[in-house]
Design a protein around this ligand. Sequence first.
Ligand code: ARG
Length: 558
Amino acid sequence: MSTGFKIPAHLRALPQLPGVEFERCVMDAFRTAIAQLIAEALPELTTEQVLEAVDYGKKDEDFTVHLGRFRLPGKLDVHNQKVLSKMGLPPFHPLHHTMNRLVLDQVYTLTHATPSGQAEYGSNTSGQGKRVIIEYSSPNIAKQFHVGHLRSTIIGGFLANLYKACGWEVISMNYLGDWGTQFGLIAVGFNKYGSREELEKDAIKHLFEVYVKINADAAKDPSVKVDAAAFFKRMEDGDETALADWRMWRELSVKKYEEDYARLNVHFDVYTGESQVGKESQNEALARLEQMGLIEDTDGAKLVNLEEYKLARAVVRKKDGTSIYLTRDIGGAMERYEKYKFDKMLYVISTQQDLHLMELPWADRIEHINYGLVLGMSTRKGTVVFLDDIIREAGSVTHEHMRKNEDKYQNIKEPEVVSQEVGISGIKVQDMTAKRINSYTFNWDRVLSAEGDTGPYLQYAHVRISSITRNNPELLPLPPTSEIKTELLTEPPKHESSEVTTFAFRLSHAISQAWMPIKVKGEPDLEKARARMWMYLRAKDVLASAMRLLTLRPVDYM
Ligand code: ARG
């Protein structure tokens, strides 16, 4: 009998060892994955051997592995360490998503894991064999990471997960603002105000400070801009001495961003940026615009005239021959297509750069994902907000809030980690509750509130159910579903009909939202039509059950 559990894609490729049936017992899938990983770290053992030593439900941990029993030559500690470093190393093993934390003690290598495969309910294979590039976040080095970037990061992270769940190959791409005249300014500013030490500490903040100071100087002294332009020209010409510092700024900024993104549970496969777009593709972009009759020459500079498309006139190449944003952007898109042959590319950016204009054969594969503004986001002190500050503040307000309940607080194993996670949930859910296109006013109270449609509310619901296994270890491991006596699930009802009506309303909303875009009648692909009909009939079952519970008799016509 199958449990109906869908094996997550990343576990499907696991070896089928004797005596193991993933469909029947999903825990075996996790045990196999852990065993495989350990066998990779310790080549003297086979996956099959290790599997014997992977238990679950013991010692208040999800999984325990007793490596001592293998009596490997050498120190147990060394073996444990090998396993841990294997598990922790990027690029993350698929299990990364399921592992919460690894703990090491003398005898056991303990892995706390959550069989989060369930989270993959609702996945499908419709995108199999297709590749999507999702460009999101894309902050500018030495300028502020503002709330617009934060929104792009949150939405992009969601879209990456969504496409993955539909079987697509997803490339998460960060297109940094890492090129342009402002780097000439920073070079001048860094000579005056820069500090290597500050840079190592927090490159993002330090470069921003330098940028602010030198901008103020430039407002008073015109020679600053002249020096800056000269410096940037050297960078464009590939002068290595001019590029060395810039490389370091970029590298240290990316390093810092990676840390911040990791805390947001967002990951990029590619860090590219304006600097990475080659001269040739920029020329090609320019040539194409010229062919299309969109270019005007003004006083040595080249302008693209998009007035016909209700867009502005924009410079695409400056008088001194240096490149600019728009040309790089179009050239960059061409390079991406050359390199990745994507089936789709999403730009999660707030202002539209309409590349459809290019009349390239693949232009219809590009989609612009726009979004509204976040208003009023700053720390409680009202200071300038860096990504880092927002993340920290989310953690600290949540931590303070948690502390107010002494008893509960005592029971939280790692309050810093937990408050950080819950706080970030609060920010993300607030962002994703409103429709993408709507602007919203950010509110710290909603980050904290466990009532209403908030992040903490979702986390709290999840926490409660998680505590069931913690508090009832004697019931574990559970037998397969077929052996569970579901007829015993007849608890006295809670006398609250509104909960059922609320649920039924939610489901009805979902049905009516699906109704127009997901049609059954008129869908020419009959297999697809059947899949859709199946989906609607399942929804009908659930809705009808809820209605009957409410004493209604579901009607078939009205
Ligand atoms: N760096 C830009 C900004 O901060 C966003 C980049 C968007 N991506 C693009 N391909 N134009 O505004």
